[in-house]
Design a protein around this ligand. Structure first.
Ligand code: CA
Length: 488
């Protein structure tokens, strides 16, 4: 992962035409060219329909292979096309991480009758009804797949809760009753106990479930030759299970098998305690940093840039941090909508791509655009990706010392000739800052590569340069190549 760049290769609204795996295959060479070293694929298992993004998951063993839910393919294509896309990515040394949705199952084949108690949605430990029987969608026998790959059939006792009673058409959070049934420990404490998220909630305290899910994890990692996983909704899953699951997969796939968890929580303490609980076996997305960037983008010059990294995972556990600007959940119209405003995106990407800490993840929409509309950020991203690979090496020194104009330096290293970069950003007026780039750099001429500033800077005898930035912009300065007088 050294200086790696991940791309989240999907957004919520891509067309449900079954052509996405093919598009990805055709794009592999280009992804390598721009510097992407790993892709996070959307959930590839059969969902409730051929339009399901994949989080409404029906059958984990159906990767677009069986006629189920009135379709063989998924939203993205067939299993064969998926495997071809992965092979192509591997040909270009790009690692592949699958989005793995384990918290729940949707679109059951039939209803079953079982005992429940309703709980208070805001305090799941509190019962608001007596025990009574409902008819819930918990029977999964996968008629289209039969017993291929697995003969496991799901029943009500493999789940801990559900939210719809077919008998009377009512909705509530129903905790399933029975011997040994309860919400899991080792989940987030929000709403009393956040085991239940949606659909039929899988009971990870049930030994048959634990065995079956581990068996599936090993199967899918081998079947698709994965390099890693992005684990969906882990704040709703028993952390002890996640630990066991990864251990089993790494025994088969190797210790370097990568994992990043989606623990959607602004509170740094929840992230820290999760990492500790799971013995630092996975990375987490830096959700607090995302929200700081979101706030900064909303508040404009009223946001004090000195606070941008407050309570971020990047500062506390840099080795376990995946930094990102936006994703399919934060984009407009999504469940956790908190999209960073366009004007701030170059600044945000300048930070995650050029700083020393964190494993940056670029969002598909920010590079490819949305709904056929081109992204305004593509060019900037390509410039930043190039700077990351050519110049962004060595120690980092921060200049987050002013509410509106902030900067940082990468000093470069001996392995990358002329490496080193000076980054300046402003959320207010035009600004400037004198920053130290190294005594050995005196006399060098540096230029700005995003096109923001035309003037050049000469490094003075003490190794400092006076760099400038326009208001509301990002400026990225590197040593100007000696051979060429042309701007890139
Ligand atoms: Ca759960």
């Amino acid at each position: 992962m050294k200086n790696g760049i991940m791309m989240q290769y999907f957004e919520w609204n891509i067309p449900a035409d079954g052509k996405f795996w093919k598009k990805l295959k055709d794009d592999a060479a280009h992804l390598q060219e721009i510097g992407v070293t790993s892709v996070w694929l959307p959930p590839a298992c059969k969902g409730t329909s051929d339009k399901d993004v994949g989080y409404g998951i029906y059958d984990l063993y159906d990767l677009g292979e069986f006629n189920q839910k009135e379709t063989v393919r998924t939203k993205y294509g067939t299993k064969e096309e998926l495997i071809e896309a992965i092979q192509e990515l591997h040909k270009y040394q790009i690692s592949v991480y699958l989005d793995v949705v384990m918290n729940h199952k949707a679109g059951a084949d039939y209803t079953e009758k079982f005992q429940v108690r309703e709980v208070d949605p805001n305090d799941r430990g509190k019962y608001i009804s007596d025990v009574y029987e409902i008819e819930g969608w918990t029977g999964f026998d996968f008629p289209g797949r039969g017993e291929t790959y697995s003969d496991f059939k799901w029943h009500w006792y493999h789940f801990s809760g559900t939210d719809f009673n077919q008998a009377n058409g009512e909705k509530a959070i129903y905790q399933i009753m029975g011997e040994g049934k309860s919400w899991s420990d080792g989940v987030d404490g929000e709403n009393g106990n956040y085991d239940y998220l949606m659909f039929a909630d899988i009971d990870f305290d049930h030994p048959e479930v634990v065995d079956e899910m581990i068996k599936w994890g090993v199967w899918v990692a081998k079947e698709l030759n994965l390099n890693g996983m992005r684990l969906d909704a882990i704040k709703h899953i028993n952390e002890g299970f996640i630990s066991q699951f990864l251990h089993a997969i790494r025994q088969v796939m190797g210790e370097e098998f990568y994992a990043v968890g989606e623990y959607w929580e602004k509170d740094i303490n929840a992230l820290k305690s999760y990492l500790e609980g799971i013995d630092y076996q996975i990375d987490l997305f830096d959700v607090p940093l995302h929200y700081n960037m979101y706030q900064a983008s909303l508040k404009g010059r009223d946001y004090d840039m000195k606070n941008l990294f407050s309570d971020s995972l990047m500062l506390q556990h840099p080795e376990q941090t995946v930094t990102f600007v936006d994703n399919h959940d934060s984009q407009w119209g999504s469940s956790l909508e908190s999209q960073v405003q366009d004007w701030f995106k170059p600044i945000a990407y300048g930070i995650i791509l050029l700083m020393q800490k964190g494993y940056p993840c670029i969002f598909y929409e920010d590079y490819y655009g949305i709904g056929g509309k081109k992204s305004p950020h593509r060019k900037t991203l390509e410039i930043l990706l190039d700077v990351r690979r050519t110049y962004a090496f060595g120690e980092q020194q921060n200049y987050f010392d002013h509410p509106n104009t902030a900067g940082f330096i990468r000093l470069g290293d001996e392995f990358h000739p002329d490496s080193g970069v000076a980054v300046l950003l402003s959320n207010g007026e035009d600004g400037d800052k004198t920053m130290f780039v190294g005594e050995n750099r005196k006399g060098e001429v540096w230029h700005e590569v995003t096109g923001n500033i035309q003037e050049e800077v000469t490094i003075d005898d003490s190794g400092k340069g006076k760099f400038t930035v326009h208001g509301g912009k990002l400026a990225v300065w590197v040593k100007k190549p000696v051979e060429s007088k042309e701007q890139p």
